[in-house]
Design a protein around this ligand. Structure first.
Ligand code: CA
Ligand code: CA
Ligand code: CA
Ligand code: CA
Length: 502
């Protein structure tokens, strides 16, 4: 037995530090989107729903679910901030090509530590169906599924972990999860995937950053809604982030990073919508033509957007922060796309998308970040060398059609009428977007990656922040149309506010 454990430890140590493919995974297939989720909260990573670039075909963020084309190659969470000594702490992965910043399992509540046994115990993605919960409630269940029986409701308190982890409905109110007595997982949607992971098991070999000591719980969920095209093409994600370290962090930014691939991956554009708090990848060409390869959309390709429905809590200040000034004018600040502003509820305000930057797969100033400081700069809407992003052109000061006005949102088109991204200054260029970026001419299309960030905010020891996002595959009724896409965004945001934000 002891011998076996030692072998297992050696295997796991090697695997954990190296290999994303080894992460546990499960697949959500509740509606028109089908994707895997890894046990470290990422999806599609190291895979494509595509047959390009020699990766081979693997089902991942496949839309429609019975097709062979997808819209997202990789989606991950970045977070970075400063401790009391101004040291950067950073957890961020892109493709796990370099290494790993996240591992399965919770952290001990007193010091943020963990060990290989916890990594092993939580090395799983739970998959829960609403129909199985209904059967338990209605007493018609013939057998309780394994993932409901093993739902990670409680941590090992004797070993220092939190008593309560995954949410559950405690039907007998005894504080203990017991599915054999009628308790069941408290999920959202008709199907949910759930995993628990942390950034403190090992050194950060992907970003090189110092760990924050955070424990993350991720729920990816959706609705089976064949009569509701918008909801049926949406997945939601809720992430709970616990600061289990003893550090109080300041100037923290959290980001959602996406490598869009709209079918054929190298003919894409990217942009963002400031007022609605989302960013999107779309095909640069009317026809997504993969040259005969499977995995291209052909005519009428979809666009994919990621909306920050509700970001980190703002620091409580005892007031319901307003959305409008005394004259009824929109305030030029985070109330533009944040949640809970001017709703007569004190201190429920949450940041939305406070910045958006894109970058490319190249060695320029636009290229991929490599060290923690570069990740942190991108999170702050700066270029990786520390230069401010500037409005217009390619966002790099001194380039054609680029102003010297610092900006927070790249390619906002007409979605920033209050000029929040340029600190209230009218930059004098309307509809900044890829189609007309330089002298009215289109950019070369390519393989785009984008990062939406929320911040700055404070993240104290023992505190939890909750992040809500939506991943929506928008199908144009005729051709790609930003006004129509905005209707989809408004519908999904309202659905979230009315049904899910509780
Ligand atoms: Ca109970
Ligand atoms: Ca494409
Ligand atoms: Ca409020
Ligand atoms: Ca407040």
């Amino acid at each position: 037995m002891k011998h076996k454990i030692i072998i297992l430890i050696v295997m796991l140590s090697t695997a954990c530090s190296l290999c994303a493919q080894w992460h546990p995974e499960a697949q959500i297939d509740v509606n028109n989107i089908k994707t895997n989720l890894y046990g470290t909260g990422n999806f599609s990573i190291m895979r494509g729903g595509h047959n390009f670039e020699g990766f081979g075909f693997v089902e991942s963020f496949t839309v429609p679910n019975n097709g062979d084309a997808g819209t997202i190659y990789s989606n991950t969470l970045w977070i970075a901030g400063l401790d009391d000594n101004d040291n950067i702490h950073c957890s961020a992965v892109r493709f796990n090509q370099v290494g790993e910043d996240y591992w399965s399992g919770p952290l001990r509540v007193n010091d943020g530590s963990t060990d290989i046994f916890a990594v092993m115990d939580y090395h799983h993605v739970w998959k829960i169906k609403r129909s199985d919960i209904d059967a338990i409630i209605n007493n018609t269940a013939t057998e309780i599924p394994e993932d409901i029986l093993t739902w990670p409701a409680h941590g090992n308190v004797e070993d220092g972990y939190a008593a309560n982890l995954a949410p559950f409905v405690d039907t007998d109110n005894d504080g203990i999860y017991n599915p054999l007595k009628g308790d069941y997982p408290d999920i959202l949607g008709d199907m949910a995937l759930y995993c628990i992971y942390n950034d403190n098991y090992d050194i950060h070999s992907e970003s090189g950053g110092e760990a924050l000591g955070i424990e993350l719980h991720c729920m990816l969920y959706g609705f089976n809604a064949p009569d509701d095209e918008k909801l049926n093409n949406t997945l939601f994600m809720r992430t709970w982030i616990y600061n289990r370290s003893q550090n109080n962090y300041n100037n923290v930014y959290i980001g959602n990073w996406t490598d869009f691939d709209i079918g054929y991956p190298i003919d894409d554009y990217i942009g963002c919508n400031v007022e609605r708090g989302y960013y999107y990848g779309y095909n640069a060409r009317a026809i997504d033509d993969g040259g005969g390869e499977p995995g291209a959309y052909g005519n009428n390709p979809p666009a994919q957007f990621v909306m920050i429905l509700g970001g980190p809590n703002m620091t409580p200040d005892g007031i319901d922060n307003p959305k409008f000034d005394d004259n009824g004018e929109q305030l030029v600040n985070e109330s533009i796309n944040g949640l809970g502003f001017g709703d007569e509820i004190v201190d429920n305000e949450r940041l939305g998308m406070c910045g958006f930057v894109y970058h490319s797969n190249d060695a320029t100033i636009h290229g991929d970040p490599e060290i923690a400081e570069e990740y942190y700069r991108l999170l702050k809407s700066e270029w990786k060398n520390g230069d401010k992003m500037c409005y217009g052109g390619n966002g790099v000061a001194g380039s054609p059609n680029t102003t010297d006005i610092p900006c927070k949102f790249m390619f906002p088109h007409d979605s920033d009428p209050y000029h929040w991204g340029t600190n209230g200054i009218n930059p004098g260029i309307d509809e900044w977007c890829e189609e007309t970026a330089v002298n009215g001419n289109p950019n070369d299309y390519g393989d785009r990656r984008g990062l939406a960030s929320s911040g700055p905010f404070n993240f104290s020891s023992g505190e939890v922040h909750v992040i809500d996002k939506a991943f929506v595959t928008y199908w144009p009724s005729i051709t790609f149309d930003r006004d129509e896409m905005n209707e989809w965004a408004d519908y999904i945001k309202n659905y979230f506010i009315n049904n899910l934000n509780k």
